[in-house]
Design a protein around this ligand. Structure first.
Ligand SMILES: Cc1cc2nc3c(=O)[nH]c(=O)nc-3n(C[C@H](O)[C@H](O)[C@H](O)COP(=O)(O)OP(=O)(O)OC[C@H]3O[C@@H](n4cnc5c(N)ncnc54)[C@H](O)[C@@H]3O)c2cc1C
Length: 402
C-alpha cells in the first residue's frame, strides 16, 4: 500500500489588512500557515494618525522581527502624565522610556498608524507564505463557519481557516452572529497631526500627555521620530456619527471645544493645520459571548471594538494575532474548530476587561467637580495610570497559549 501523503500546510484566509489582519498574517505564516489577506483598500497604510503601542504589543511586533524597522520610525515617550485641563497641575506621572524597557523588557512606542501598517505590509510582502490581495472587497462568507468567502468580483476563495479582521463593522461577524449595530458612546474624537516645528518654544513635553476636563479630555504625543505631534481631543456630544480617518471637521469648532483650556493645549489646537482636523465618532460594543463558529473566527475590532481610553485597541489586535497563531501551530492545526475555541477562551477574559476599563475611563476622565477632585487625589496617591496599566503591560501573548 502506498504511504499516505503528508498533509500540506494549513491554509488561512484573513479578511482585512489593518494592524490586526497584517499582524495575524505574519504570525500565522511564521507558524507555517499559508495565508491570503484580502483588503478592500487599494494600498496599505495611507490613513490614520498616532497609535500608542505599549510593551505588551511591542513584545509581539519585535518577536516578528520588526524591531529595527519600527524603532527607526517610533518615538519613545519618557513618561505618561495626567494634568488638570485649565491650570495644568500634575495629577499623576509614571515613567516610561528606559524604565518601561527595564520593567517589561520591551519599549513603549508612539507610532504613526500609517508607519506601523507599512512596516507590517512590507514584512508580509517579503514573506513567501503570504499573498496580499489589495483592492478587493469581501462581499459574503458563510454563516455556518465554513472557511470560505466570495469577493465583490464574484470569485470564491476557500481555506482551512477564515479570520475576520475586518474592523468594527465586520462583515464576518455579521455573517456568523447576525446584524447588530455598534453602540454610539456619546463621545467624538478630534484628531490631527501638527509638525513639531510649529510648536517650537512651547512646553509640549516628550510624554504621553493626558489633560482631563469636565466632559472632555485631550491627549498628545510625538510620533515619527519626534517630527510630528499627534493629538486626540475627545468631547461628549451627540451631533456627529461618522467613523472615518478622513472625515474632516472645522478647525474653528475644534478651537471652540478647547477654548479656556491650558495654554499648551490651546497652542497645539491653534497650530493644527486648518484643512486637516478630523472628527471620529466613537463607537464600541459589549463583549461578544462568542467569536468563533466552525473554522471561522474573529480578531481585533471585529470582535472587541473598544473606546481608545486605555490605548489598547490595536494592542489587543496584535496580541490576538500572536495567540491565534500559537493555537493553530503544530499538531493543534489538525482540529481547527478546537484550536479556535482555545484561542477565544484564552483571549476573551482579557479583552472584555479592557473594553470595560476603557468605558470606565470615559467616565473617570470627564468627571466634574467635586468628583474630579476626589479622582485627582486618588490618582496622586498612587492609583494612577502607571499602577492601573502595569498588569496589562506585563502580559506575554507569545507564551499565553503555552
Ligand atoms: C481616535 C482613536 C485613537 C486610537 N488610539 C489607539 C492607541 O493609541 N493604541 C491602540 O492600541 N489603539 C488605538 N485605537 C484603536 C485602534 O485604532 C483599533 O483598535 C485598531 O485599528 C483595530 O485594528 P483592526 O485591524 O482590528 O481593525 P481596522 O483597523 O478597522 O482594520 C480593518 C481592515 O479591514 C478592512 N475591511 C473591512 N471590511 C472589509 C471587507 N468587506 N473586505 C475587505 N477588507 C475589509 C478595512 O479596510 C481595514 O483595513 C484608537 C482608535 C481611535 C478611533
Amino acid at each position: 500500500m502506498a504511504p499516505s501523503a503528508a498533509p500540506g500546510p494549513l491554509t488561512a484566509l484573513v479578511v482585512g489588512g489593518g494592524v490586526g489582519g497584517l499582524t495575524a498574517a505574519l504570525a500565522l505564516a511564521r507558524a507555517g500557515v499559508a495565508v491570503t489577506v484580502v483588503e478592500q483598500a487599494a494600498a496599505l497604510g495611507e490613513v490614520g494618525a498616532g497609535l500608542q503601542v505599549s510593551p505588551n504589543a511591542s513584545r509581539v511586533l519585535f518577536g516578528l522581527g520588526l524591531e529595527a524597522a519600527l524603532s527607526a520610525l517610533a518615538f519613545r515617550p519618557e513618561a505618561v502624565e495626567a494634568r488638570g485641563w485649565r491650570r495644568g497641575q500634575e495629577i499623576s506621572r509614571a515613567p516610561l522610556g528606559d524604565a518601561a524597557l527595564r520593567k517589561y523588557g520591551f519599549p513603549y512606542l508612539h507610532l504613526h498608524r500609517a508607519d506601523l501598517v507599512s512596516v507590517l505590509g512590507q514584512a508580509c510582502e517579503a514573506e513567501p507564505h503570504i499573498t496580499l490581495r489589495l483592492g478587493e472587497a469581501v462581499a459574503a462568507c458563510p454563516g455556518d463557519g465554513t472557511p470560505a468567502l466570495v469577493l465583490a468580483s464574484g470569485e470564491r476563495l476557500e481555506a482551512d481557516v477564515l479570520v475576520g479582521a475586518d474592523g468594527i463593522r465586520s462583515l464576518v461577524r455579521e455573517a456568523l452572529f447576525g446584524p447588530a449595530a455598534p453602540r454610539f458612546t456619546g463621545n467624538v474624537a478630534w484628531r490631527g497631526l501638527v509638525p513639531a516645528e510649529r510648536l517650537a518654544g512651547s512646553d509640549v513635553r516628550p510624554t504621553a500627555a493626558l489633560w482631563m476636563g469636565p466632559g472632555a479630555h485631550f491627549v498628545h504625543y510625538f510620533v515619527r521620530g519626534g517630527t510630528l505631534v499627534n493629538f486626540v481631543g475627545v468631547v461628549e456630544r451627540d451631533d456627529w456619527r461618522e467613523e472615518s480617518w478622513s472625515s474632516r471637521g472645522e478647525a474653528a469648532d475644534l478651537r471652540r471645544d478647547f477654548a479656556g483650556w491650558h495654554p499648551t493645549v490651546r497652542r497645539i489646537v491653534e497650530a493644527a493645520p486648518e484643512d486637516a482636523c478630523f472628527r471620529w465618532a466613537l463607537f464600541d460594543r459589549d463583549p461578544l459571548p462568542r467569536w468563533s463558529r466552525g473554522a471561522t473566527t474573529l480578531l481585533g475590532d471585529a470582535c472587541h471594538p473598544t473606546l481608545p481610553f486605555m490605548a489598547q485597541g490595536a494592542c489587543m489586535a496584535i496580541e490576538d494575532a500572536a495567540v491565534l497563531a500559537a493555537c493553530l501551530s503544530g499538531r493543534a492545526a489538525r482540529d481547527v474548530p478546537a484550536a479556535l475555541e482555545r484561542y477565544e477562551a484564552l483571549r476573551r477574559p482579557r479583552t472584555s476587561g479592557i473594553q470595560a476599563g476603557s468605558r470606565r475611563n470615559a467616565t473617570i476622565y470627564h468627571l466634574r467637580p467635586p468628583l474630579s477632585w476626589a479622582r485627582n487625589r486618588g490618582m496622586k496617591a498612587g492609583l494612577g495610570m502607571g499602577a492601573a496599566m502595569d498588569g496589562l503591560y506585563r502580559y506575554d501573548a507569545l507564551s499565553a497559549a503555552g
